[in-house]
Design a protein around this ligand. Sequence first.
Ligand code: GUN
Length: 295
Amino acid sequence: MAARLIDGKAIAADLRANVASAVKAMPQQPGLAVVLVGDDPASHVYVSAKAKACQEVGIASFEHRRPADLPAADLLALIDSLNNDDQVDGILVQLPLPEHLDSLTVIDAISPDKDVDGFHVINAGRLATGQDAMVPCTPFGCMLMIQQHLGDDLSGKSAVVVGRSNIVGKPMAQLLLAANATVTIAHSRTPDLPAVCQSADILVAAAGRPQMVKGSWVKPGATVIDVGINRIPAPERGEGKTRLVGDVDFSEAQAIAGAITPVPGGVGPMTIACLLRNTVVAACRRRGLPLSAAL
Ligand code: GUN
């Protein structure tokens, strides 16, 4: 039987609606500052999508686009001014940064309370030690989808996360662990990756490799979350055409899994919705306002 599709678009639309209601109830409009350095075309697309999503839920968005040769000191000065700007509740520096800029130094310059990406070392440490943290948007969105399908308590479930990035793999593993799953982080140097994946009741693919996870790697009935967004050639659509695929071979895995996220329409919409949610959470915390239970 084909797996149930976990509809990220629909879950994200619900979350965005809850964010919009929370924003309406706030005495002052929350604000998100997005910093984009350089001209990576994918980053420009993501940043425009984030600004549009802010508008739709009533969050003010402040875009700061800078050239690729921006000196590190200028970027740090911009972050400092945003840290001190009362209209700004959340700060996001779009990654990747040009090579001459050290992303860890830049991220750690953001005030942890405005770090809506949850990438600051303080937030990573809070998450790892079970304290209130800003949680990175992509893994948080994955967790909402997993828990919608399996419930909040993942006791007795084995989870395998393929990928060990600071942005997705590591925080994903922390969230699964906090929900009582038994967690393995696998990566490109893991021996017999297919066998490790086959042990997973919950399989999160975040390796950044198109269609790497084959159907034969999936345990029958497993919940499969595909974080990958990869553009590959699609000559069947015409010369020079491309299409988006995840890190999972969807057509193979769909026949084996119990539930699976599609690409597009799975994790992607959840990431942006969670960014909006984190911005409202940051605004409520900073201003001492109660947080809507729906968030
Ligand atoms: N680049 C790719 N994903 C992300 C993300 O979630 N946040 C930021 N800041 N940059 C990214």
